[in-house]
Ligand binder design. Structure first.
Ligand code: BES
Ligand code: MG
Ligand code: ZN
Length: 487
């Protein structure tokens, strides 16, 4: 999709998007566009009142080149925020996206103003026109290719660029999550990442099951071993600041399927478990965005990819496993598998890759879903300054995070009587899962991000269709920007 800046109306496009507040004055709007009497009907305001998220399609401009105007209500002028603009524009666009038009004009008047305006428009346009229909005979998708933003302000086309990158890779993360597990499993995922390295400036190394075993990753390997699909430990290295020893580490949960293991899930609980690699999708996509932006920062991503299945080789409730960092783990429930894979992934990242700060990101707990549904991503950390950076990043990326509290007693629940720790520390489940991860961070700055709720939509919401959301992609991308002198 390409984005152009212009200060004239009537480009090649047949469609014009117009934003209006409740207080809109139609003559004001028409003064800029220099048309048309038929819009008079709007003066009666029975067709369109400019209410927040209101959409009105008008076939009015045929004589002047436009076939259609899409009016989008922004509500009260004083309530306008970037977030509300995204919801309104995105909803309007997504309901129109599959129309026959490949080019659209979008008029941004002076009264629409907030930071990163053009990035917001490019990102929202790309995200709102996403589809995943490749398995349907009729692949219905948006054909919008060109977006002309009409504005009388001094923007430059470069102002679209961050949004183009983040939108594109959010959609790639959604593709990865939406791909079913019979197609996307550890090996195909690692092949995909190797392919990405051919046109993105990072290197990839993939370790197979023998190497995983040899490195002492018993926690990770035990989860993986029941499946016929073999695990792949995927490591991506982006070296944008070679003279620095600082390496940001992203550990992404890559369960390409989670059946629960012997502590098997219910049928309904299993239906969406192809999405249990949402953390790795975010990490892979953020790495691409970072590399494409040429940021001056070192980032290493570690993805312990595998499936949690059932067979005679399954690991069992009651087992005690030795993790790569030496701690022994009691298995209370084989469905608490993500933390086992991430624990070894984190140890590998810290010890073998020498990462100096670590983020783990995972579809980790049902508790996170129950706490915030898809709206907010809960996090826990051992480092407030690091989290402050993630807060800025998540705000820039239009993702919402919330820090969960840690009280000392929660830490006690991770301990076990006959092993060092247990994989089912109990309630509050999101926080104690985070504290399980803390056991492996070796006191470097660490943040745990649980996207179990935010990474998946059971039904369309605003400009996001049902399915994977790409949650985490934008905040990790913008976090890396926080550490980069090149923005
Ligand atoms: N992948 C699930 C968490 C999940 C649940 C993600 C719902 C998305 C939607 C994870 O592996 C899991 O099963 N967690 C268990 C842990 C429990 C057994 C301690 C959970 O949260 O129920
Ligand atoms: Mg599970
Ligand atoms: Zn899982």
């Amino acid at each position: 999709m390409n984005f152009n800046l212009t200060n004239t109306f009537y480009n090649n496009s047949k469609v014009l998007f117009l934003f209006m507040f409740e207080s809109f004055d139609i003559d004001e709007v028409l003064k800029d566009i220099k048309i048309d009497k038929k819009i008079e009907i709007l003066k009666k305001r029975d067709l369109f009142a400019g209410k927040y998220k209101e959409i009105c399609e008008l076939d009015i401009f045929e004589d002047k080149g436009y076939e259609k105007a899409i009016l989008i209500g922004l509500g009260k002028k004083e309530d306008l925020t970037r977030d509300r603009f995204i919801r309104a524009y995105g909803s309007g666009l997504s309901s129109f996206a599959y129309d026959k038009h490949s080019e659209i004009d979008v008029f941004i008047k002076e009264d629409i103003d907030f930071e990163n305006l053009l990035d917001t428009i490019s990102e929202t346009t790309i995200i709102s026109t996403y589809s995943f229909n490749k398995y349907k005979k009729e692949d219905k998708k948006s054909i919008i290719e060109s977006v002309n933003v009409i504005s009388f302000r001094k923007f430059i086309e470069e102002d679209f660029s961050k949004g183009i990158i983040s939108g594109r890779y959010v959609n790639m993360a959604r593709d990865l999550v939406n791909e079913p597990s019979n197609i996307m499993y550890p090996e195909t995922l690692s092949d995909f990442v190797v392919d990405l390295s051919k046109n993105h400036d990072f290197e990839v190394e993939v370790f197979d099951k023998n190497e995983i075993k040899k490195m002492g990753m018993e926690a990770y390997y035990s989860v993986a071993k029941a499946s016929k699909k073999e695990p792949k430990l995927i490591v991506m290295r982006y070296k944008g600041h070679p003279s620095s020893d600082e390496i940001l580490g992203f550990i992404g949960k890559g369960l390409t399927y989670d059946a629960g293991g012997l502590s098997i899930k219910s049928t309904s609980g299993m239906v969406t478990m192809k999405s249990d690699m949402g953390g790795s999708a975010a990490v892979i996509s953020a790495m691409c965005a970072i590399a494409k932006s040429g940021l001056s920062v070192n980032v290493t991503a570690v993805i312990p990819a595998c499936e949690n299945m059932i067979s005679g080789k399954s690991y069992k409730p009651g087992d005690i496993l030795k993790s790569m960092n030496g701690k022994t783990i009691f298995i209370g429930n084989t469905d608490a598998e993500g933390r086992l894979t991430l624990a070894d992934g984190m140890t590998y990242g810290i010890r073998n890759e020498k990462i100096t700060r670590v983020i783990d990101i995972a579809t980790l707990t049902g508790a996170a879903v129950r706490a915030f549904a898809e709206y907010v991503t809960p996090v826990v950390t051992n480092d407030k300054e690091f989290l402050a950076k993630l807060k800025i990043a998540s705000n820039e990326g239009n993702e919402m995070i919330w820090e969960m509290p840690i009280v000392e007693e929660y830490r006690d629940t991770v301990k076990h009587d006959i092993a060092d720790i247990t994989n089912i520390p109990g309630t509050p489940g999101m926080i104690t899962a985070g504290l399980f991860m803390e056991e492996f961070c070796e006191d470097i700055p660490w943040i745990h991000i649980d996207i179990a709720g935010s990474s998946w939509l059971d039904k369309k919401k605003n400009n996001f269709i049902k399915g994977g959301t790409g949650a985490g992609t934008r905040m990790l991308f913008h976090l890396a920007r926080q550490f980069s002198t090149i923005k």
